[in-house]
Design a protein around this ligand. Structure first.
Ligand SMILES: [Mg+2]
Length: 221
């Protein structure tokens, strides 16, 4: 992966369709940040006789088949697509996310930036988020998010904050947008406990009230 990752054309066209704004911006991931992902994936895997091998923060090499051996990378990709096709409309919200974003939305624009496999799942995701009180623009992306975040931040005068569970995405944004407020959020406590601590991250948490407090301070500085 070459960093900073360039923004993909499909993502850039969605960003350009947003209303122009100079307000501060909170760019928020969806899976494992505002909607549960790992707990649902675990249930999905178990229904097929599969399981996580550890709480290490990775999927490839960390899912075992019925024989106990790791499922190969291409099969993990298929499993994930199947997961999103069957779960996108019923993923449950992470406690406190909707309320924190509502509070932050009084002083910043909120945008969801999500790597969602299958363009056909986009509307289901938008409806699921809205159904849990999170009605903000949804931008779909593939791969590292640095380029997309830089494009979203262009023209903003106030602070830009980025919230994601993926170390790859956080590092990508760190490279692409030097002054971005970086928040590493992992809802699942078991995976939070084993997740990398990334140098330069401003806040690492599993608690939305901590996110709200931290970003509110940045916005009022
Ligand atoms: Mg995520």
């Amino acid at each position: 992966m070459v960093e900073p990752a360039p923004v993909l054309a499909e993502t850039l066209s969605q960003i350009k369709a947003l209303a122009a704004s100079e307000r501060p911006l909170v760019i928020c991931d969806v899976d494992e940040v505002v909607l549960h992902f790992i707990a649902h994936l675990e249930e999905h895997l178990e229904a097929q006789g599969l399981r996580f091998l550890s709480h290490a923060y990775k999927l490839t090499g960390n899912i075992a088949g019925r024989d106990g051996a790791p499922v190969p990378a291409n099969a993990v990709k298929d499993l994930l697509q199947d997961f999103f096709d069957t779960w996108t409309h019923r993923q449950q919200p992470v406690d406190g996310a909707a309320q924190a974003l509502e509070t932050l939305s009084r002083s910043a624009d909120i945008v969801f930036l999500t790597n969602l496999p299958g363009a056909w799942n986009r509307e289901k995701r938008v409806r699921t988020l809205a159904g849990h009180g999170m009605r903000y623009p949804v931008i779909t992306n593939t791969g590292a998010k640095g380029g997309a975040v830089a494009a979203l931040a262009a023209g903003r005068r106030g602070p830009v904050a980025f919230i994601d569970d993926s170390p790859q995405n956080i590092r990508s944004v760190q490279t692409a947008l030097a002054d971005c407020v970086l928040i590493h959020f992992v809802a699942d406590r078991r995976f939070f406990a084993t997740s990398d601590t990334i140098a330069g991250v401003h806040l690492k948490t599993h608690d939305w009230s901590a996110v709200e407090a931290y970003i509110s301070t940045c916005l009022s500085d």
